[in-house]
Design a protein around this ligand. Sequence first.
Ligand code: PNS
Length: 157
Amino acid sequence: MTSVVCPGSFDPVTNGHLDIFERAARLFDEVTVAVLVNENKQGLFSIEERIELLDEATAHLPNVRTASFKGLLVDFCVAHDIDAIAKGLRAVTDFDYELQMAQMNGSLTDVDTVFIPTSPEWSYLASSLVKEVAKHGGDVSALVPPAVLSRLTEKYA
Ligand code: PNS
């Protein structure tokens, strides 16, 4: 049984994230989407809201579950018997930092990292940009799952 974690802030989940979860779910037996609880950073959505939105967005994927974690990602992996970390790579600009994190995580444990190239249609997508566009009344309906769209509309009403 192979298991992988897709970690992130997911504030909120976008169609780009969802594409990575769907592809990870085809490659691994079990996928855990894990939301980082970062006490130093106040997000737009609470951790509970992010998990609720992730649950809704991944409801069609039977081998995907959601969770939250504090502290080191590798500790979460060891505690939950997770073999690997899956990360989406949008562009070379992501690569330097992602490689550094993958190497650091690999030096702390034997949990390996696999990179999944983001589909070209989502290569410009980031939660921060989605929030900025939505805040100013721009149309993000093609970029996020329907439940996220309605929550963004409520937040910025
Ligand atoms: O969506 P994000 O904010 O880019 O996700 C970053 C995340 C959560 C994957 C990364 O910050 C992380 O793994 N944080 C947990 C703390 C940790 O393990 N730090 C050491 C990384 S080498």
